[in-house]
Design a protein around this ligand. Structure first.
Ligand code: NI
Length: 183
């Protein structure tokens, strides 16, 4: 088990555009994913993007825990998904506000508007195309993770800064869920 160090906001690797992965089936990519899975499990997050472990490549992994899924047809629990070179396509203009946290911004929490409905596409470790239409938490976690690939951290998306702060205080003031953290 290899738990990698997680970069915190301010590290340059989190504030640049990550590079495309030319060969998703390369052994070093498989190794990276295995280490990221160990890291995600250790940190108890819903997702992790490669730049968060100091690797500037377009790779994210995430899962949708049962208690976070709304149960809608396109927001059901999802086992761990590895997505390489992902492309997101928002469906419609509808957005919803939700609480997010980030392993790279420890101890903080903020309310972020995200597209409610979304189609995404990417490659698996086998180099196969994966395409899904999702909503709710599934859509939120993918948007949060893929933002990491473009150097965007969720605090940059908080529009009402009175709804960004230390997690403990936010939970108390807004009765926010205890597990708001996305990654
Ligand atoms: Ni994050």
């Amino acid at each position: 088990m290899t738990v990698l160090k997680i970069a915190r906001m301010g590290q340059s690797v989190l504030h640049r555009c990550a590079d495309e992965i030319p060969d998703p089936t390369a052994p070093e990519i498989r190794r990276l994913v295995a280490d990221m899975m160990d890291t995600l499990e250790d940190a108890d997050g819903a997702g992790l993007a490669a730049p968060q472990v100091f690797v500037p490549l377009r790779l994210v992994l995430f899962h949708v825990p049962a208690h976070r899924a709304s149960g809608a047809d396109d927001d059901t629990p999802e086992a761990l998904t590895v997505l390489i070179n992902p492309v997101l396509e928002p469906l419609g203009d509808e957005k919803e506000i939700g609480w997010e946290g980030c392993l790279s911004v420890p101890g903080m929490m903020g309310a972020v508007a995200r597209h409610t409905h979304l189609r995404y596409r990417g490659l698996t470790l086998e180099g196969e195309t994966i395409e899904r239409t999702v909503s709710g938490f599934h859509a939120r976690v993918v948007q949060h993770e893929c933002d990491h690939l473009d150097g965007i951290l969720y605090p940059m998306r908080v529009t009402d800064m009175s709804m960004f702060g230390f997690a403990e205080e936010m939970r108390e003031r807004f009765s926010a869920p205890a597990d708001a953290a996305v990654d």
